[in-house]
Design a protein around this ligand. Structure first.
Ligand SMILES: *Cc1c(COP(=O)(O)O)cnc(C)c1O
Length: 402
């Protein structure tokens, strides 16, 4: 993701402002929730749409000692010098496919996740070629039913990894797993997964594994389940100030602040008569003479088409609702006769302090989760990073944009 501030930023068609002071404050708040554990800042999918490198640096400034990504390419990009991530920060990635860049990962000192023996074979071959041991973390499927090694196959994976460790080809740095329902406190699968995790870890350790870190906690578990913290927690969405689910609370309930503010400049404001169809399919018809405002963002920018006739937008202090269909590049608001003029600011979502909607409000309007709202904001929307660190002594600053 480009980290640019266009000259004359106010003239941008649209922008996603990313408050890096909020990232730092959120990471500190999460560390306070898990005081005995290291923190891995999850910055996959371009930092959930916020810009991976800038958010990684901010998280590290606030005490994260690990970074987590899905793909090896994302992890390698963070290891590149231009990303500005200090060398001592460990970087782990977990979504591998056969033929992946194992050798580059070994040479870059990444921690790589293994869920099966095919991956063990590929990583040991890469370690031989690289002439240095791989750092591997064995992933247990404790019940999610997605990635990870099934309990029935665990003995074989553990034995293979420990043999390769004895040969000096790798080091088993971690044992880990992932929850299915941590965002539904009290769900019976949570304790079942914790029990299975403890058993699978104990088995591997009895066989001789000596991992640096054992971990299973994502954001909801970091926030609500201290017994899941083990040696390390892996929050993603919470570090961006978004609640994992309305069911467990609002960001403010956990001392978190939303990081992204998505806004646009109205491209047009015009008067129309009553009975005028609006946007494709004419699913909205003006109830009387009114003004329409054209917002230059559409589904190509990640505005969900499912938010047609429901997404909320703040214009001049009032909430307006998407009128009719969201199109590829634009959508329309019924401004109810107000005429703020072209160029007026339309705020789709933000922290909420100025009365604007939040990403959670958009998720509700579109029938999805706030993760999807922030993550899908498209590459055509510039990310404008503000409040780059470090924080001045005495608290987060409101320094100049970078
Ligand atoms: C995405 C992801 C996380 C972070 O999840 P959040 O719910 O965003 O905190 C942690 N671990 C793994 C394996 C993930 O894929």
């Amino acid at each position: 993701m480009r980290e640019t501030v266009a000259p004359g930023g106010a003239e941008l068609r649209a922008r996603a402002e990313i408050d890096l002071a909020a990232v730092r404050a959120n990471v500190r708040a999460l560390r306070e929730r898990a005081p005995g554990a290291a923190l891995m800042a999850v910055v996959k999918a371009d930092g959930y749409g916020h810009g991976a490198a800038a958010c990684a640096r901010a998280a590290v400034e606030a005490g994260a000692t690990w970074l987590g990504t899905a793909t090896p390419q994302e992890a390698l990009a963070l290891r590149a010098p231009g990303a500005g991530v200090p060398d001592h920060v460990r970087i782990m990635c977990w979504l591998w496919t056969p033929g992946g860049p194992w050798r580059e990962a070994v040479e870059a000192g990444l921690d790589v996740s293994l869920s099966g023996t095919w991956a063990l074979d590929e990583v040991t071959r890469a370690a031989r070629l690289a002439g240095r041991p791989a750092r591997v973390q064995l992933k247990a499927d404790t019940g999610l039913g997605r990635g990870g090694c099934q309990p029935a196959d665990w003995a074989e994976l553990v034995a293979g990894a420990l043999r390769a460790e004895a040969e000096g080809l790798l080091r088993v740095t971690g044992l880990w797993s992932h929850f299915a329902c941590a965002d539904e406190p009290g769900h019976p699968s949570i304790t079942a997964q914790l029990t299975r995790f403890r058993e699978m870890v104990a088995y591997a350790e009895r066989q001789g594994a000596d991992p640096e870190v054992r971990h299973i906690a994502n954001s909801p578990a970091t926030l609500t389940l201290p017994e899941s913290h083990f040696d390390l927690v892996r929050p993603g969405i919470a570090m961006y100030g978004v609640s994992p689910s309305p069911e467990i609370g609002t960001p403010a309930d956990f001392g978190l602040r939303p990081v992204m503010t998505l806004s646009a400049s109205l491209a047009l404001v015009k008067r129309v008569p009553g009975g005028h169809g609006v946007s494709y399919g004419h699913h909205y018809v003006t109830p009387g003479p009114t003004t329409l405002g054209l917002v230059p963002l559409g589904y190509a920018d990640g505005i969900p088409r499912h938010a047609s006739s429901s997404g909320p937008v703040l214009v001049e202090g009032k909430w307006r609702t998407v009128a009719g269909r969201v199109a590829m590049d634009q959508f329309v608001l019924d401004l109810g006769g107000d005429d703020p003029g072209p160029g007026a600011e339309a705020v789709l979502f933000g922290p909420g302090d100025r009365g604007e909607p939040t990403a959670e409000d958009w998720a509700q309007a579109a029938g999805t989760i706030a993760y999807e709202i922030v993550t899908r904001i498209g590459t055509r929307v510039p990310r404008v990073h503000v409040n780059e660190g470090p924080d001045p002594v005495g608290g987060p600053g409101r320094g100049s944009g970078t």
